[in-house]
Design a protein around this ligand. Structure first.
Ligand SMILES: [Zn+2]
Length: 88
């Protein structure tokens, strides 16, 4: 167990969030705005649209058949991203 697992963190930037670790569930909240944090398509909390996009893209770039030249999300990850942030 590492220190990072003691509380919720943004998977994108590592920002400490209010709440329990992602695998324990229950939701997490942004330390400054108190807004409920979004879930990334591939798991984990994200504090912002930028983090959400970066986490998904990094995840997909590491998948078989993908590489770092990929700059756009898959249809499903993009849809999740849209759903997370379009209502703002
Ligand atoms: Zn973040």
């Amino acid at each position: 167990m590492t220190a990072a697992l003691k509380g919720a963190v943004c998977r994108g930037c590592g920002l400490a969030l209010k709440g329990k670790p992602y695998h324990e569930g229950g939701g997490a909240y942004h330390p400054r705005t108190d807004e409920r944090c979004k879930h990334n398509f591939y798991g984990g909390y994200v504090c912002s649209a930028q983090c959400d996009f970066r986490v998904s893209l990094t995840q997909e770039q590491s998948m078989p058949g993908h590489d770092h030249s990929q700059t756009r999300l898959s249809v499903f990850a993009q849809q999740s991203y849209n759903d997370n942030w379009s209502a703002q």
